[in-house]
Design a protein around this ligand. Sequence first.
Ligand code: HGY
Ligand code: MN
Ligand code: MN
Length: 415
Amino acid sequence: MPQAFSSLRINPDRMLDSFTQLAAIGATAGGGVDRPTFSEAHLAARRWFREHIEQNGFEFRADGAGNHSAFLSCGDSSAPTLILGSHLDSVPNGGRFDGALGVIAALEVLKTVRENRISLNVNLEAMDFTDEEGTLVGLLGSAALAGHLRLENLQNPRGGQERLVEGMKRAGLSDESMLSAARTKESLAGYLELHIEQGKRLERAGVNIGIVTAIVGIWSYRLSFIGKADHAGTTTMEDRRDASLGAGAFTLAARELVMRDFSNCVVNVGKMEFAPGAFNIVPARVDVSLEFRSPDEDEFNRLDKALLELAARESSRFGLELKMEFLGRHSPSLMDDKVRAAFAAACDDLGLSHMPLSSGAGHDGQSLADLCPVGMIFVPSVDGASHSPREFTKWEDCVNGANVLLQAALRLGSG
Ligand code: HGY
Ligand code: MN
Ligand code: MN
């Protein structure tokens, strides 16, 4: 990499200004944001991103999956593209750093490269991927860009079919456009992402940068425990077929199963929906949103079997019927060694400490890992808080991350 490149740094004030403008869109009390995919706030954030791109003189691009980006050509029409990015959608009532930092830092890298007239062998693209968080599908935009998206992923999404159809309509997208967004391997030089750690390891270790080794896989189900609606006052406890008992017993037992037999996995019941849902009716049905994660593909099959068998046992224990709907999976993926080395060299040049970290969170990079070299870096989360308004990362750490992203992009883009 030309020596002159290594002294380059991003512009922290300019990046902070962009980050602050974005954080105001969909802002919630306590410093968070509420920007679920294709909500009004999310669409407003995307409008802001497009205006910001065009005001800064970059080419704005949008594909059939609604992935939005700033494009900086290297001047060679046959050159591949190095994508830097993350996502502007958030979980409901989430934090202002998750995803947003990566998108803003990616755009700041393009600004820095252009104003210093750096010529690279690759195009650079600062990307905002659609629906990373899965309030509709999950890793939707990156899966579409990677060519992994199938029609069936759009027909039974974990966020509900109706919400997906309405959201896509608001965003001007269709099943056909989604499935048209695939890019070829040859067109991509790689994918780099800066993200907050969303955990406590960097903070505890006092280390500046985490260099991600692998990203966890995620499987989702809707489990429906079905009993019988009855009068909550006149039906004896023995006569009830109470759906809440199966759902509750399963949730507790699933936690115990994973902690006992699958120590490097996690399981989560993020939502329970009761029907009919009234004080004085014995619950007839409880829909449970089940998600579980493993770093190992083989382990997934064992964990899947164990959890579904457990659900069946707890359901019959209370005389209930059980329905299970598989709502999708994202495979675990390893990060690219060359990209990891570029991140490590950038940290060393910048005098930043670094350590290898696996990711317990899912990220768009896992969609792209079989298409091109993918790498991620983490910066410390204060108290590990994320997916909450409590999410916070010191600005100095954000700037460190953006400089590592810049330096790695220069290395990989000039090789
Ligand atoms: O859920 C996750 O792991 C990520 O934040 N989308
Ligand atoms: Mn994220
Ligand atoms: Mn997230």
